[in-house]
Design a protein around this ligand. Structure first.
Ligand code: F0G
Length: 437
């Protein structure tokens, strides 16, 4: 199956070679996507092939991305594949979160179980592999934290030089620490994510650095496997809703593309609705979809969920298309709603980082509005690991979490630690345990 790059704009659709080092259409400047010239060639039924690979110890079969390589643009040439055994993430039942949202049942697909703790690994394995295929030496990204952690790891594994650009003071220390540990050159810029992305796009061309932000279509191809694996885990029974947080809007674009391709191949018989959830202070896509008119960037995005603190998402045209095709929704939630939803996910024994909890907060809101039925089959996607932002957690439980506008977040599910004396009787008394004898 031959793959090419194509302009995403329906009025252009210019085609380029899969090995061209470009991020936007060379004719109109539009977004690029990978297109395939026919169904994948496989020696047997794809569902059977993918299921059988789960029994194999081959590193590519063991990866929850490369197991589905028939859906990826590497034409059977996997000799450059850079894998850290990404994917293979759990699909977890969360009864407590279900009742919080008003649903009979709710499952979470937890992308925080990835090697660097976020869904970015699904895309980065493909991005790093493409860099190797092209013979490039240096990769770069701008990030709210997770992309940089992931890129740093994959670049190190692939023997590539990594340059990372971060909004100074606006990413969690856990994510910054990962980039440092994996050996990336880390530049903290006094600007926000959107401003730095514009800067890095010009620098990448000037310095010949391969850009691994989600504007890179190979990242999107890898992230398709999140949904492919989810459906495999569901024995190909399509959920009614898939709900995920939205920032730069690469992930929802990948999900929509995956679903359309699976449908086109007859591997699923209907499309689920996609719902994207944004933080209220960084919700330009919500406003665009729900208020109509031109897309308007928010120059001053604000949210404590720093992963999705993005005001000018590059993939909005793709995301808008996928929401329309899937008859989906875009919701937005407050800082308080995110914080409480996050604590509820914690009480399920699951946990996630703040941006991920927007999924549950959004599901709850869509359920309350009657958009999602109580007996609907819903999968929420948790995008990042609970340990990505421990500072946020501590502040919430201590009742010290405040929004950027200095409003206190109420710890409705707070569970602060207690300081106790080194005294068995006092501790026993505190725990209401009878001291025998
Ligand atoms: N959740 C987490 C934990 C993220 O890190 C991101 C994006 C998103 C959700 C939103 O996904 O951008 O595809 O809509 N983080 C990027 C980064 C921007 O730099 O790590 P999206």
């Amino acid at each position: 199956m031959r793959a090419e790059l194509s302009c995403f704009d329906p009025n252009c659709r210019a085609r380029f070679a899969i090995t061209d080092v470009i991020y936007t259409c060379q004719q109109c400047g539009g977004l690029l996507e990978v297109v395939y010239d026919g169904p994948p060639s496989a020696e047997k039924d794809l569902k059977t092939l993918w299921r059988e690979r789960r029994l194999s110890n081959d590193p590519l079969d063991a990866s929850g991305v490369w197991r589905y390589r028939e859906m990826l643009p590497f034409d059977g040439q996997t000799q450059h594949a850079v894998t850290l055994r990404e994917g293979d993430t759990a699909l977890l039942d969360a009864p407590r979160a279900a009742s919080y949202a008003g649903l009979d049942r709710l499952r979470f697909k937890h992308q925080g179980y990835n090697p660097t703790g976020s869904f970015k690994d699904n895309g980065m394995t493909c991005g790093a592999t493409q860099a190797k295929r092209l013979g490039l030496r240096r990769v770069a990204c701008v990030s709210t934290g997770n992309t940089s952690a992931s890129m740093a790891a994959y670049a190190a594994a692939a023997g590539l030089d990594a340059v990372i650009f971060l909004p100074h003071g606006n990413i969690s220390s856990g994510k910054l620490a990962q980039a440092l540990e994996y050996g990336a050159r880390t530049l903290q810029v006094h600007a926000n994510f959107d401003q730095i992305l514009a800067l890095v796009r010009t620098l990448a061309e000037r310095l010949g650095i391969y850009l691994l932000n989600s504007i890179n279509p190979f990242r999107i191809e890898g992230q398709k496997t999140i949904v492919i694996e989810m459906l495999d885990q569901l024995d190909w029974r399509t959920p009614d809703w898939i709900v995920l947080p939205g920032g730069n809007l690469g992930n929802v674009s990948a999900f929509g593309k995956a679903l359309r391709e699976l449908y086109g191949l007859g591997l699923i018989s209907r499309l689920p609705h996609l719902a994207v959830v944004q933080a209220e202070g960084a919700s330009p896509f919500y406003e665009f979809v729900n208020s109509g008119g031109e897309f308007r960037a928010n120059p001053h995005p604000e949210t404590l969920a720093t992963a999705i603190k993005i005001g000018d998402p590059v993939s909005w045209p793709k995301a808008a298309f996928e929401i329309r095709v899937s008859k989906g929704r875009v919701e937005r939630v407050t800082e308080q709603e995110i914080a409480d939803a996050k604590a509820v996910i914690g009480r399920c024994g699951i946990g996630c980082e703040p941006a991920s909890a927007a999924s549950l907060a959004g599901i709850r809101k869509l359920r309350a509005a009657g958009t999602i039925a109580g007996d609907a089959n819903v999968v929420g996607v948790l995008t990042g690991n609970v340990l990505k932002d421990p500072d946020y957690i501590y502040r919430y439980h201590m009742g010290e979490l405040r929004t950027n506008a200095d409003t206190a977040i109420r710890p409705h599910f707070g569970n602060p630690p207690e300081v106790v004396p080194n005294d068995a009787d006092r501790i026993a008394e505190l725990l209401e345990v009878k001291v025998s004898g």
